[in-house]
Design a protein around this ligand. Structure first.
Ligand SMILES: C[S@@+](CC[C@H](N)C(=O)[O-])C[C@H]1O[C@@H](n2cnc3c(N)ncnc32)[C@H](O)[C@@H]1O
Length: 208
């Protein structure tokens, strides 16, 4: 794990409430809509990568999902989510790891990443991520990635990010994934500014 990257995120989360973060969403509507549209089984092995203290896990538990993992580089973010969930946190698997060096121990049926993948700007780390999802997602399983779009910000939390269009995101994942759909959405931050995201969903093919 890159210690510089980890300490950056621990600082970002230090002393801040969940709803003060620019990426905060009381209900991650786009992600939930995609999960419903894809008819993801309630028993599906789901991972939210860079989930941080996102409320997606709360909503997934409410919807009856039974096998949820949240991975984040920040211990503070994970602790904040656990504190919010109380005893319900015991029904979730928590992984503190840098996705840029993470080796999953088993496969997932649904991999979700909102605003974590776009922090990987080094080609080797992007390749590592692609190789990880290609082996970690079961054949027929889904990959959903949300990043800042070409019309979105160029930085987040003081870090450079890689913007994507639906086409450029497809180019990254196309060797092992079929594109299902892409959508551009505007996120309104807690201070009222707008950030444009592109969300794409893919299905793992069996061509590997
Ligand atoms: C912009 S926030 C988005 C949080 C959450 N996905 C959401 O939509 O509310 C980015 C999150 O990714 C985490 N993160 C950033 N780089 C990471 C990495 N290389 N590995 C794992 N987590 C990472 C951060 O700690 C933070 O929680």
């Amino acid at each position: 794990m890159s210690s510089e990257r980890k300490s950056h995120w621990e600082k970002i989360y230090h002393g801040k409430a969940t709803n003060e973060m620019s990426w905060y969403q009381p209900k991650p509507i786009t992600s939930i809509r995609i999960i419903e549209d894809l008819k993801v089984a309630k028993s599906a092995r789901i991972i939210d990568v860079g989930g941080g203290d996102s409320l997606l896990v709360d909503h997934l538990l409410d919807l009856g999902y039974t096998n949820i993992t949240v991975l984040d580089i920040s211990e503070k973010a994970i602790q904040s989510a656990k504190n919010r969930l109380g005893t319900r946190a015991n029904n979730v698997h928590w992984i503190e790891a840098d996705v840029a060096s993470f080796t999953p121990h088993h496969q997932y049926d649904f991999w979700h990443d909102r605003a974590a993948f776009h922090f990987l700007i080094d080609i080797e780390e992007i390749d590592f991520y692609v190789s990880t999802v290609s082996s970690a997602i079961s054949v027929g399983g889904f990959l959903v990635i949300g990043t800042f779009s070409l019309g979105g910000p160029k930085k987040c939390s003081g870090l450079e990010i890689q913007q994507y269009s639906s086409q450029s995101m497809f180019e990254v994942f196309k060797s092992n994934f079929d594109r299902i759909t892409c959508t551009t959405v505007e996120h309104i931050t807690p201070v009222g500014s707008t950030q444009e995201f592109v969300f794409c969903s893919f299905q793992r093919n069996d061509l590997a």
